[in-house]
Design a protein around this ligand. Structure first.
Ligand SMILES: Nc1nc2c(ncn2[C@@H]2O[C@H](COP(=O)(O)OP(=O)(O)OP(=O)(O)O)[C@@H](O)[C@H]2O)c(=O)[nH]1
Ligand SMILES: [Mg+2]
Length: 195
């Protein structure tokens, strides 16, 4: 698939509406705050700032849907499991994620789980991964910001990811240095076309 057009469609807040029951295939992006979800989506879209990025953690509080080639959704979901956040607020966001995923489950062709190469997989990442596996979903693991770590630290992050994610293959990317962006784009385009 070639990317011809991408546009923002809408933001969905938890239980704010009957979730759009259309049958378009979808890829979702998940990960802790500041891990680089929005940056990766922009890189995939070849846009500078279509998806809002921020150095202020936790800016994204809705599911933000982008439509590719008028056919597929790529969706930026808010962070989960942010310990410093008020408990109530945190549960709201975790609630949005599980509500959204369960509503759209049959059309989601892959859940991209992002892990910061400097922070390694945390309990909340592993909980999310297991939750997705329980739902029998395809998961794409992405290690982000690899321009920020030494080769040694990257090797360590990779080995920790292998253990945490049951030896599943992963993709190590940098949006800053444009490493492995073309490859992850092709991989996700292939997945979204799937049955
Ligand atoms: N050096 C470097 N910085 C990056 C990379 N990807 C993202 N960043 C920076 O990391 C910060 C957070 O990136 P975002 O893409 O907004 O992260 P997010 O996961 O969408 O964050 P929330 O929306 O708050 O959950 C921004 O300042 C980005 O510029 C990368 O590959 N390399
Ligand atoms: Mg974001």
């Amino acid at each position: 698939m070639k990317l011809k057009e991408v546009k923002f469609v809408k933001s969905v807040a938890i239980n704010s509406e009957k979730v759009f029951f259309d049958e378009k295939h979808e890829i979702i992006f998940l990960g802790r705050s500041n891990v680089g979800k929005s940056s990766l989506m922009n890189a995939i879209f070849e846009k500078k700032d279509l998806v809002k990025t921020s150095s202020m953690p936790g800016k994204t509080r809705t599911a933000n849907l982008f439509l590719l080639n008028n056919k597929y959704y790529f969706t930026d979901l808010p962070w989960y499991g942010f310990a410093k956040m008020w408990k109530e607020k945190k549960q709201d966001l975790d609630g949005l994620i599980s509500w959204y995923i369960e509503e759209r489950r049959q059309y989601i062709k892959s859940a991209v789980v992002l892990i910061d190469s400097r922070l390694w997989p945390q309990e909340s990442d592993i909980a999310m991964y297991r939750y997705l596996l329980d739902l029998d979903m395809d998961v794409t693991i992405v290690i982000t910001k690899i321009d920020k770590v030494s080769n040694n630290d990257l090797a360590k992050a990779k080995s920790l990811c292998e253990k945490a994610f049951f030896w599943q293959e992963f993709n190590a990317v940098s949006t800053k240095s444009m490493i492995w962006i073309k490859e992850i784009r092709n991989l996700l385009f292939e997945k979204v076309l799937g049955n």
